[in-house]
Write a protein of this length. Sequence first.
Length: 355
Amino acid sequence: MIDYLIVGQGLAGTLLGYQLIRRNRSILIIDEYDENSSSNVAAGLFNPITGKRFVKTWLADVIFPYLHEFYPELEEFLDEKFFFKKEIYRPFKNIEEQNDWTSKSGDTAYTNFIKNIYQTSQFEDVHDPYGGVEIGNGGVIHLSKLISAGRKKFFDDKILINEKFDDQNLRILDSSIRYKNIQARRIVFCMGHQNARKGFFSWLPFRPVKGEILYLKPFHPFDKIFNKGCFVTPPVDGTCRCGSTYDWRDSSCSPTEKARKEIMEKFEKLFKIDAEILDQKAGIRPATLDRRPFIGIHPEYESVGIFNGLGTKGVSLAPYFSDQFVGYLENSSNLDEEVDIKRYYSLYYNSVRHR
Ligand SMILES: Cc1cc2nc3c(=O)[nH]c(=O)nc-3n(C[C@H](O)[C@H](O)[C@H](O)COP(=O)(O)OP(=O)(O)OC[C@H]3O[C@@H](n4cnc5c(N)ncnc54)[C@H](O)[C@@H]3O)c2cc1C
């Protein structure tokens, strides 16, 4: 019998698997490779100051120090380079924003994240007439590289099976599970947006959102991420990533002309120069109604768990919460109430009552 069977090897499954291996637990992963998975498509940014209101992201003081230690360790374990620390330059929209940020720079809550405030334009090719703020502690993870390196390592170690998981073959026993000929103490679902469609956790209020990004031919000798309306990364893999869009209605992974236009319009508001589009990709983010991850144990089956709902910020959230979840599974720490799926157990009991 193994300790954990993990379903899905996106960012969630890879990091959970690694955290378990670090604690000497035996694992097996079942994953049907999908080049359009959210992790394979994602831009991979981690940015402590985000959103339209441009404020410090949830738990930034805890999750950012954690991720800066975590990813270099994971690089070593997987023998691959995918972690790139980069400053993030965000031009100010107007004088008010410039004033706001000048006063914020004295606020101790922001000192770890603000590197510089500029009150005049810094880049000839960028629309930044009011200057901008340079944010530290951010960067880019080359996620598809991380996933491929994880895939290779797990295959080499004979702990990854490339196939589609099918609920029909799963049996829940007293204090373990059986899947075909595999017996495990627990099964943990890390299937991204696919968990919303059917299975043990489809009662959770997922709110999957399609996203598209463009891959641009390097067009400028910069080494920062630019972010206003859209983001543009420096060429970490020979292309600059630019995006992204949010579409809650389209559930396909097909790139669209509409998204391409939307991103390029935003690009033109940020940069004064042209860029050539080399590729365009689309994927579905496993986002949730309350914008918090879905982590925990099934209300009825102690041996069935989920690590999901990483939404738009998987790169920042997954390192810290995969660690916390493993501590919880192994009875050595608690799970943050804001991520614990216990907050939605009533939805499950209602769904059972109406069956
Ligand atoms: C366009 C775009 C841009 C993004 N940019 C960023 C960003 O800059 N920063 C950031 O932090 N996040 C970003 N994200 C979000 C990020 O991708 C997610 O938070 C994260 O990657 C989700 O990982 P996951 O492992 O939960 O899901 P997934 O990556 O979807 O992985 C799920 C895995 O499960 C497998 N699977 C599913 N069903 C089955 C089955 N039945 N049998 C076997 N295997 C199965 C899939 O094949 C896949 O490998 C972006 C997403 C998109 C789409």
